[in-house]
Ligand binder design. Structure first.
Ligand code: NDP
Length: 289
């Protein structure tokens, strides 16, 4: 075997979360590594909040090439890192850590994944577009920051809880100086006729409540309103089905999920991600749920 250049040492990445066992990201990333011929492994690891600091020390000790964070670690991990990307700082949360030499840098690819789907799958550039965003949680925050950085105009945030909605709107205006309006969600929200893009970033419609619809009316909306859902399970939510019935273009949450992973893959490996392979693997894993 001497001189054959065999290397049995795999590069390691993974995800830390709790609960995490049903997180399908590893299936998608491992399919990507195999298709790209990379000897990399993606480990799905359950870590409770009180062990996060030790887990990040473990990431360093093992020389892991990167890590994803999911609930409940996206905010708390920041204190254990050595730096943040501009977007992660603006969003205030990290879902992807990459290594820069010995330094661990926090990134956020959730909103970037959404934007890539918007451009690549829906063929829409958000620059100058009027956006209505349903929800004010973590997904809404990441999507809103990226939309504003990409030039969206007059973002309207619609949220059930006034306090959380106001916190997000104040955060967005303070951090970016953009014009953002809060619309309390009282009764049926009528999507205005000048909206170009509607995004559901609430968990309404998420499995096992697949039939649930956000309380909105599309009666006044334009026929070419692009209706997007962050919910990826089911891929065709009740909201997307309603929009399709009306002949409106749609963008599903699978697109955002795939591209956040694609962007992470490329940050870690420096290799172009096999997007179609990763998307197929993820869709198959979710169909098996
Ligand atoms: P959070 O718990 O941080 O926020 C949930 C949001 O949904 C809040 O704004 C909450 O409003 C709203 N909400 C929940 N139930 C209702 C309801 N019955 N009526 C009105 N509003 C409601 O969750 P995340 O932001 O992390 O996730 C939101 C969704 O996005 C989830 O379904 C998640 O799976 C999905 N997601 C998808 C990703 C992807 O890559 N496709 C990435 C990340 C998340 P209130 O403030 O009033 O409680």
């Amino acid at each position: 075997m001497e001189g054959m250049g065999i290397n049995y040492q795999a590069e390691l990445v993974g995800v830390l979360g709790q609960p995490v066992a049903e997180n399908p990201t590893g299936v998608m990333q491992e399919a990507g590594f195999a298709a790209a011929g990379l000897n990399w492994r993606y480990l799905t690891m359950e870590v409770p909040p009180e062990r996060l600091e030790a887990a990040i020390a473990g990431v360093r000790a093992l020389g892991m090439r990167g890590i994803n964070l999911t609930i409940p670690h996206k905010v708390n991990v920041i204190r254990f890192l050595d730096g943040l990307s501009e977007e992660a700082r603006l969003i205030g949360a990290v879902n992807t850590v990459r290594r820069d030499g010995e330094r661990l840098i926090g990134e956020n690819t959730d909103g970037k994944g959404f934007l890539r789907g918007l451009r690549q799958d829906a063929g829409v550039d958000p620059d100058g577009k009027q956006v209505v965003l349903l929800g004010a949680g973590g997904a809404a925050r990441a999507i809103a920051i990226e939309l504003i950085l990409a030039g969206s105009a007059n973002l309207i945030v619609v949220n059930r809880g006034k306090e959380r909605g106001q916190t997000l709107v104040t955060h967005l205006m303070d951090k970016t100086g953009a014009a953002v309006t809060l619309q309390p969600w009282e009764g049926t929200y009528i999507v205005p006729s000048d909206a170009d893009i509607l995004v559901n970033a609430t968990s309404i419609g998420l499995y096992p409540n697949g039939k649930a619809l956000p309380d909105i009316s599309l009666a006044a909306a334009r026929n070419d309103l692009l209706v997007c859902d962050a919910v990826f399970n089911p891929a065709v939510t009740a909201l997307l089905a309603l929009a399709k019935d009306r002949g409106m273009p749609v963008l599903d949450g699978l697109s955002m999920l795939v591209y956040q992973g694609v962007i992470g893959f490329e940050m870690w490996t420096g290799v172009k991600a096999p997007e179609a392979v990763m998307k197929r693997a993820l869709a198959r894993a979710l169909a098996e749920c």
